[in-house]
Design a protein. Structure first.
Length: 354
């Protein structure tokens, strides 16, 4: 039986990422110190986090092939999904005008501050935005490069790359759905759920499992079975994130209190609250979304959501999705030990506080 130490796994992923970025930095040396600044921010962007995407990829692989033929190749493949994730976060923070990420300035704010401190010409905010766009694009390209060059034979890596490309397309299109919903200033529960599924759920859990399994030679039937587990876990994962975006402790999440409310995110949680709250309360919540909010305002809006029953409803849906996912996995044609670890990972992803 393979032992599983999540902390040790996270350290291994970070080591692989550090090695990869060191090689990319060496390639960019001829461009001078500005390229070095870009790589330094890339290092910050890939540091930290729970490494759920890498972990689900790893155990998706072992679900099909319990004895790994090349541990180093699998580690690089798994880490590539964390680079994809970092790319999405850099772009997402810019689009959401977020000031912080994991307790530090978001990428665009960090570069903006450098511009301002150096008293360079032009608009510091525009410089920060340009730098974040370019870094996010660079990370996206590197993610594909890392998977392609992970060390799997061409015929082995091809199915994983096909799924990676689908995942990349889904998350970009899902992000556009999200910004369009925010621009329109309305979203019913079904629309919010579609955004959640394509912006986050698939690329966070389902596709990482699929990619790991595909690299192990999974059949279409096995991929389908793993998807019946991965998608509901991904949906529950993002619903938990939505709860934390409103009710999370800033000391734990690294984000300001009620950050999703300030950013005006039209999440499933918010859609449910708008449907269920009394008219005056719903109008207050709707009008306040995406505006500067004091701590007292955040507390008031939290109260409206709580009293509407939306928070309890989302908690119930998270539990139902997790139960359905585990039930589907238990009947899948996969390695029993990998099944047990995937169930543990699902619990960690859906019951977390950060």
């Amino acid at each position: 039986m393979t032992t599983w130490d999540p902390a040790d796994f996270r350290d291994q992923v970070q080591e692989v990422l550090d090695e990869f970025l060191a090689a990319r930095e060496a390639e960019l040396v001829p461009l001078g110190p500005d390229a070095g600044r870009l790589v330094a921010e890339a290092r910050t962007a890939v540091r930290g986090g729970k490494r759920f995407r890498a972990a689900f990829c790893h155990w998706g692989h072992r679900a099909i092939r319990p004895e790994v033929a090349d541990e180093a190749a699998l580690a690089r493949a798994c880490a590539s999904l964390e680079v994809l994730h970092a790319s999405a976060l850099v772009h997402d923070d810019l689009m959401d005008a977020s000031d912080t990420r994991r307790g530090r300035p978001a990428t665009h704010r960090a570069f903006e501050a450098e511009h301002r401190a150096a008293a360079w010409r032009g608009d510091p905010e525009q410089y920060g935005a340009a730098a974040a766009i370019l870094l996010g694009d660079l990370l996206l390209g590197w993610a594909g490069d890392m998977l392609r060059g992970s060390g799997f034979a061409p015929e082995e890596v091809a199915p994983g790359l096909a799924l990676f490309e689908r995942c990349r397309n889904e998350v970009i299109a899902g992000q556009f759905l999200d910004v369009s919903v925010q621009a329109r200033g309305r979203a019913d529960v079904d629309t919010a759920m579609t955004v959640l599924r394509y912006k986050s759920a698939k690329y966070s859990i389902e596709r990482p499992i699929h990619i790991g399994a595909a690299l192990a030679g999974a059949t279409p039937r096995q991929l389908d079975q793993l998807g019946r587990f991965g998608l509901p876990v991904g949906e529950a994962f993002q619903l938990r994130d939505d709860l934390l975006g409103v009710f999370g402790d800033p000391g734990e999440t690294g984000k300001p209190a009620g950050d999703d409310l300030v950013e005006g995110k039209r999440t499933v949680l918010v859609a449910l609250a708008l449907d269920a709250a009394p008219r005056a309360a719903a109008e207050r919540l709707d009008a306040a979304l995406g505006t500067p909010l004091s701590d007292a305002d955040v507390d008031e809006l939290r109260g409206i959501i709580e009293e509407s029953g939306a928070r309890a409803q989302v908690e119930a849906v998270i539990g139902q999705l997790a139960d359905h996912a585990v039930e589907a996995l238990r009947s899948a044609d996969i390695d029993p030990h990998a099944c047990d670890v995937l169930v543990e990972l699902a619990a960690a992803a859906t019951q977390r506080t950060v």
